[in-house]
Design a protein around this ligand. Sequence first.
Ligand code: PLP
Length: 418
Amino acid sequence: MALYYEQPLEITHGEGRHVWDAEGRRYLDFFGGILTTMTAHALPEVTKAVSEQAARIVHSSTLYLNRPMVELAERIAALSGIPDARVFFTASGTEANDAALLLATACRGSNQILAMRNSYHGRSFTTVGITGNRSWSPTSLSPLQTLYVHGGVRTRGPYAHLDDAAFTEGCVADLRDMLGQAGSGVAALIAEPVQGVGGFTSPPDGLYAAFREELKRHGILWISDEVQTGWGRTGDHFWGWQAHDAAGPPDMLTFAKGIGNGMSIGGVVARAEIMNCLDANSISTFGGSPITMAAARANLAHLLEHDLQGNARRVGGLLLERLRSAASRLGVVREVRGRGLMVGVELVDPRTGEPSPRAASLVLEAAREGGVLIGKGGGHSTPSVLRIAPPLSLTVSEAEAGAAVLETALRTAEAELA
Ligand code: PLP
């Protein structure tokens, strides 16, 4: 079992942006349960919605309708930007991507998929099979035939030294070559607008729009994996795809994590003509469960009413600025990057300049000691990027307190490595 810390951490409860461990210590939660606690821990509206729904009926199956599901689907369809949108609920992000891949292959009659290098889309046989990082993929026996596209990672690989325009040009030329070799059989391209597990790295704005033009010419569907980037997390946009919106909304988007504020949820939004390709496979036992739907409906209403996207933009901007200023005095940090409340700190060994998983572990331990929980990513066997993604209701004073603890933790790691 992969636990983050040398000494396991048992969490007993949470409130707002804080959680408590079994010894009664309080932590500022800068990872939001891997981006699932989107609004706040123990948000009263969600607690009330769950307990009221539990008292009425916990589960009825998607063979029947339930009011929270219908209302949530209507709201998500309207927010998605996808015309004539339909929503299919699942119980996780993995299943949401599985469903999207199934729809794409069924609609297009092909099992060829384009995926980004360094991507992560889930842990099922199908989604592991398309992941763009071999170390996260224990098998090469994928049911899909996957072609990997450049464009996700800017800090490594052949394009590391290029500016945005030249990088975009190089990646589009690669894609063109690939499509030339693949012929007309590719069903879809799936991409995260900001790569999450891959280390909070994003392509330059406009790269995906340039890809879209190429894909449209070949009738290839675009799936935007919004499992980490949806619901305003990136601050400037409600969906990650909107940073690349020159070519319009994707054909499908997938979501999960934060919308349930911790309840198991996922889903696909697609145009009706695509969703209808799979009428016979439209039943999920737990997708659309009344209790999950009630939680998500209350959570989404809170998020919109309190403009938490705006808060993510403002407080995320401040956090980024504080961390950049701290990093400018530290050799252990290669880059601080981010959008909204999705901030990545890429670490290197100050002696060699190479990515340093050890530095990441040292910072995680020191931050825990200082009362702040963060995540790491950027490669399964080389996780050298700190991932910071607090609930979107983070306050300015919490951001400042957390940044101060992280600065101290970075200094501790730097001294240890020297
Ligand atoms: N897609 C992305 C971008 C993710 O980050 C994840 C999980 O981290 C998934 C899909 C899989 O979601 P889940 O863990 O809910 O199955």
